[in-house]
Design a protein around this ligand. Structure first.
Ligand code: SF4
Length: 193
C-alpha cells in the first residue's frame, strides 16, 4: 500500500525556494533562522528529533535528489571518520564559531565600524559579489549584513551536503550536520533527566 503523503514530505521544495529567494533579495536569508531555532525547540522542550525526522527540508532534499536524478549519488559508504564523534563535535565547534563570526560582523556594522559587505562568502574563503540582492537603506544596515552572513553559511553548508551526497550516500551530510549533532546532544541530556 502506498504511504500517505503529508505536507512535510514536500519541505525539500522549500529548501530550493529559500536559496532562490535569497538570489533575488538577500533579506529572505533571515528565514534560515527557522532551521536554527526549530530543531533546538523540539530538542529542548520535546527531547526529540522531530525536526530531523519530519521537518528538515535540507535532509529531505539530499534524499530526494538522487531519487529524481539518477547518478546524483554514488551511494557508497562514507569514510568512518566523517561520522566519528571527534569530527562531528569538531565540525560543530567550527560551524558555531563561524556563526559567531556572522554575529560579530553584524555587530561591527551595527556599531558603525564597518559598512555592509554586499557579498557572500562561500566555504568561508571565497567572496562573491551579491550586491544586486540588496537595496541600501531598505532595512537597517546590520539586518542586511546578517542576511549576507547567514546566506553564506546556509549556502556553504548546503554545497558541502551536496558534495558528500554525490560522493557517498545521499544523506551523508546528516551524519555530521551541526544541527543534528547539537540536537542529538540536547536529546541525550534531556532523556537522562
Ligand atoms: S541532521 Fe541536519 S540536515 Fe539532517 S535532517 Fe537533521 S537538521 Fe536536517
Amino acid at each position: 500500500m502506498k504511504k500517505k503523503k503529508h505536507f512535510y514530505n514536500y519541505l525539500w521544495i522549500w529548501t530550493i525556494i529559500y536559496f532562490a529567494l535569497g538570489f533575488f533579495n538577500i533579506l529572505f536569508a533571515w528565514l534560515g533562522m527557522i532551521d536554527f531555532i526549530l530543531p533546538l525547540l523540539f530538542a529542548v522542550f520535546g527531547g526529540n528529533k522531530f525536526f530531523c525526522n519530519k521537518l528538515c527540508g535540507r535532509g529531505q532534499l539530499f534524499a530526494v535528489l538522487p531519487k529524481k536524478i539518477k547518478k546524483f549519488s554514488r551511494g557508497v559508504l562514507a569514510p568512518r571518520w566523517l561520522s566519528s564523534p571527534y569530527f562531528r563535535y569538531g565540525f560543530l565547534i567550527f560551524f558555531m564559531t563561524m556563526f559567531g563570526n556572522v554575529l560579530y560582523q553584524t555587530w561591527l556594522v551595527y556599531s558603525g565600524v564597518n559598512s555592509v559587505s554586499e557579498a557572500i562568502t562561500l566555504f568561508w574563503a571565497f567572496k562573491i559579489p551579491f550586491s544586486w540582492t540588496y537595496t541600501a537603506g531598505s532595512v537597517p544596515a546590520w539586518a542586511a549584513q546578517f542576511s549576507f552572513g547567514l546566506y553564506s553559511l546556509m549556502l556553504t553548508s548546503a554545497l558541502i551536503g551536496l558534495i558528500v551526497m554525490f560522493l557517498y550516500r545521499p544523506r551523508t551530510w546528516c551524519s555530521f550536520c551541526p544541527m543534528g549533532t547539537m540536537t542529538q546532544l540536547i536529546c541525550k541530556l534531556e532523556n537522562k533527566k
